[in-house]
Design a protein around this ligand. Structure first.
Ligand SMILES: [Fe+2]
Length: 192
């Protein structure tokens, strides 16, 4: 990894940490973190040349850019091939994205049932954001989003998560048409 990129990514983590420690992870704070990440992604030609990051064989892949010490945040370069889709899901932890190239649509949902029936969930769509160069998105700890890479160019972007992916909580997947929900395995136990 180029020294310059390493330093810029470490600086981004420090700045994001300052915001989160001072202001928490509410909407206003995450908006600030998103702006920081969009600023970093905007240096794409110098810091993130596509030749430095292997493309996925299919769908998508992530490259680690920087990780905080301990049980901290993780910063990744993400690549999604055209058409890559993710069903509505809740990461359990906040996430901020910024685009380097390509376009990805994020649809946001709200859960409308009370969670009392095992395996059952109803969700309704509440908004949509296009993540494209110069634009990002921020989602709070239990926000629900679905994604699709649109256009014929891979979507390459930066993603900052409240936890590293290797120490991720259970991701909860929703199937709106079937009103079903299933939870993935948490990696938090390994983080202890
Ligand atoms: Fe997601």
């Amino acid at each position: 990894m180029s020294k310059q990129r390493e330093e810029a990514c470490a600086a981004l983590l420090r700045q994001a940490r300052m915001v989160v420690d001072a202001e928490g992870t509410g909407e206003a704070a995450l908006h600030k973190v998103k702006d920081l990440l969009v600023g970093l992604a905007d240096q794409r030609t110098s810091l993130f040349p596509s030749g430095d990051f292997a493309m996925p064989d299919a769908q998508g892949r992530n490259h680690i850019l920087a990780l905080e010490d301990g049980d901290g945040m993780g910063l990744y370069l993400t690549i999604g091939l055209p058409g890559k889709e993710a069903a509505p899901h809740d990461h359990g932890i906040w996430c901020v994205n910024a685009a380097i190239a390509g376009r990805e649509v994020h649809k946001f949902y709200r859960r409308t049932d009370d969670g009392s029936r095992d395996g059952y969930a109803s969700v309704e769509e509440i908004g949509e954001v296009m993540v494209a160069p110069g634009q990002g998105m921020a989602m709070a700890d239990h926000a629900i989003h679905a994604t699709v890479v649109v256009g014929d160019e891979p979507a390459i972007g930066l993603a900052l998560y409240g936890y590293a992916l290797a120490r991720f909580p259970s991701v909860v997947w929703f199937h709106p048409d079937l009103s079903s929900v299933r939870a993935g395995v948490s990696r938090r136990a390994e983080a202890a």
